[in-house]
Design a protein around this ligand. Structure first.
Ligand SMILES: Cc1ncc(COP(=O)(O)O)c(C=O)c1O
Length: 254
C-alpha cells in the first residue's frame, strides 16, 4: 500500500490524514503495521533533510515484508517502508488558463467487493490501463465508471462537477478512494456556505455540467474543460473552480 503527500514550504502536508488512511488500508488488507506516525514522521524528516528543498513530493510505500514465496500473508511479518522524495515543481500554469481534457474510460473502477477502492494500494492495474487509454487519446487522464455506469473518479484524483451553482462529487459508496483533498474541500465548501453535495451522477450529467474539476494532494484543484469531444461549460476553466482553488489554498495555508 502507499500514500502520497508533499511538503509546502518544508512542512509535511496533512500527515495525520495520510497516516489515518494508511491505517485504514492496513486494516482492510489485514496487514499489521509495526510503526507509529511519529516513527514515520522521523524517517520522513531524515529523508527530506537530505533532499533539502521547500516543495517536495513524498511517496510512502509499505509492504508486508520479506518471507517465503506464497500468497499467505502470514509468510511476511515485518513491514518494509520505502520513502521516495523528489523536487516538486509548481503545477503548470496552462492547467489554470486552458484546463485539462479527459476521456471516459472503457476500463471500470474496481468493484467494492473485488478490491475496495478505499484501499490505497499499488494493486490498481485497471487504473493504469485507463491512464494508458487517456494517453493514447491525447488526453490528460481518464474518468472511470462503476458497474452501474455511475462516475467514480479519475485514475489518481477525485472528480467534481458544478451545475446550476451546486458543487457535486460522487459519494464514497460509488466506489472510490476517500481523497484527503476531497474531504478538506467538502468541509471548506460547506463552511463557506456553498451548496455542496455528495451524490451519484452519470456521464451525460457530467458532460452537461457548467464546470468540472479534479482534486488530489499534489494537483490541488485542476479545471477540466473537455470530456471526450464535449466541451464543459464555455470550454474554459470555470470561475467557481478557480475561486474554490484559492479558498482551498488560503484555508490550508498554502
Ligand atoms: C484513485 C485515487 N483517487 C483519488 C486520489 C486523490 O486523493 P488525495 O486527495 O488524498 O491525494 C488519489 C491520489 O493519489 C488516487 O490515487
Amino acid at each position: 500500500m502507499y500514500e502520497v503527500t508533499q511538503t509546502f514550504n518544508r512542512k509535511i502536508f496533512k500527515l495525520e490524514d495520510h497516516f489515518e488512511r494508511l491505517l485504514y488500508s492496513a486494516m482492510k488488507m489485514d496487514m499489521p503495521l509495526d510503526f507509529s506516525m511519529e516513527d514515520l514522521e522521523k524517517d520522513l524528516i531524515a529523508v527530506l533533510d537530505k533532499l533539502n528543498t521547500s516543495n517536495a513530493y513524498i511517496r510512502i510505500v509499505v509492504t508486508r515484508g520479506e518471507g517465503e514465496i506464497g500468497l499467505d500473508p502470514a509468510l511476511a511479518t515485518k513491514n518494509n517502508v520505502i520513502i521516495i522524495v523528489k523536487e516538486l515543481p509548481p503545477n503548470p500554469s496552462w492547467w489554470y488558463t486552458d484546463g485539462v481534457h479527459m476521456i471516459i474510460s472503457h476500463t471500470m473502477r474496481n468493484p467494492k467487493n473485488a478490491i475496495d477502492p478505499r484501499i490505497k494500494s499499488g494493486n490498481y492495474l485497471n487504473n493504469v490501463m485507463a491512464m494508458n487509454e487517456a494517453k493514447k487519446a491525447g488526453a490528460f487522464d481518464a474518468i472511470m465508471l462503476n458497474g452501474k455506469g455511475e462516475i467514480t473518479e479519475a485514475t489518481t484524483s477525485n472528480i467534481w462537477v458544478i451545475k446550476d451553482g451546486e458543487i457535486i462529487t460522487p459519494p464514497i459508496k460509488a466506489g472510490l478512494l476517500g481523497g484527503i483533498t476531497r474531504k478538506s474541500l467538502l468541509k471548506i465548501a460547506a463552511e463557506n456556505s456553498y451548496n455542496v453535495s455528495e451524490r451519484n451522477f452519470d456521464e451525460d450529467f457530467l458532460k452537461s455540467a457548467d464546470e468540472c474539476f479534479l482534486t488530489s494532494t499534489t494537483k490541488l484543484l485542476v479545471p477540466i474543460t473537455k470530456v471526450d469531444n464535449q466541451s464543459i461549460g464555455k470550454g474554459k476553466p470555470g470561475l467557481m473552480t478557480l475561486e474554490l482553488l484559492e479558498l482551498y489554498k488560503k484555508t490550508n495555508g498554502i
